[in-house]
Write a protein that binds this ligand. Sequence first.
Ligand SMILES: NC(=O)c1ccc[n+]([C@@H]2O[C@H](COP(=O)([O-])OP(=O)(O)OC[C@H]3O[C@@H](n4cnc5c(N)ncnc54)[C@H](OP(=O)(O)O)[C@@H]3O)[C@@H](O)[C@H]2O)c1
Length: 299
Amino acid sequence: MEKVAVVTGANKGIGYGIVKGLCQKFDGIIYLTARDEKRGQDALKSIKDLNVCKHPENLRFHKLDILDQSSIQALHNDLKAQHGGLDILVNNAAIAFKNSATESFSHQAEVTLQTNYFALVTLCHILFPLLRPHARVVNLSSSAGHLSNMAEGELKRKLLDESLTEEQLSKIMTDFVNLAKEGKHTEVGWPNSAYSVSKIGVTKLSFIQHATLSKDANRPDIIVNPVHPGYVDTDMTSHKGPLTIDEGAHSSLVAALVPQDAKEPRGQFIWFDGNIVSWDGPKPISVNAMRAALAAQPK
Ligand SMILES: NC(=O)c1ccc[n+]([C@@H]2O[C@H](COP(=O)([O-])OP(=O)(O)OC[C@H]3O[C@@H](n4cnc5c(N)ncnc54)[C@H](OP(=O)(O)O)[C@@H]3O)[C@@H](O)[C@H]2O)c1
């Protein structure tokens, strides 16, 4: 049976790089998805024109707006009808307000959590029933989704609790949006960044999803890993990140292509260099620090 991969928000940036990488390394059908048909079709053509695909005929476009439940359902229905299942799901689509944004923090909190956390939850509810044994799910987190961004305290302890359920996590995320409206979110230990909170949520969600799917006896060896792509040269970073989109796609490709029955990574945080890091340790090395360390090595 032919394997199938889906990448969300893939018309540009890291998602585009992930599709390009899959075209070079994965033998199955690859869906480049985007919320805008033209931007998606243009991206598809641009990857095909690079002549890097092992099987150019396997690269396809599907429209997908992760904020639109009917759009997710349409993708589900087409995948089910045409392929009967799904083997790789890369949840890449996300938004980030610029530092210069003039919208209130309350508005930023609501909109950011809606796209980066709650839409991802809904998408997974709709698409997870399609996951076949040995499927790989990659959730794009960030260094901003590392727990070192939070203050010590009860909230951090709750997030570290391995018995925390998805419903409880979603309630914590809703509570954040409500606290942000009152300007009280930092009092309970959240960082003053809606983007960071959304990615902390995505990271914890990934661990919960992995633990839940690991108990599914009918579908063995499904793995969910959150990844930090590094600081990448994309529209999201206003092109300030030093990594290329191909370098930024590396950790996602590592997670998407974990070999069958591999010992790890399994429900673990993958850093931009492909290494597994602890969610609850000191913040792992940044791209700039790694570059500086490499440059300082004797030649
Ligand atoms: N760049 C970095 O340094 C960095 C660092 C850490 C983590 N990340 C994460 O990596 C992922 C990709 O980031 P990026 O830098 O490549 O961002 P980007 O260049 O801004 O691209 C984001 C992609 O998501 C899509 N998108 C946004 N909302 C969507 C929706 N409702 N439905 C479908 N697609 C939607 C965008 O589509 P449109 O073109 O239609 O807007 C675009 O294709 C994100 O999850 C981001 O948080 C990035």
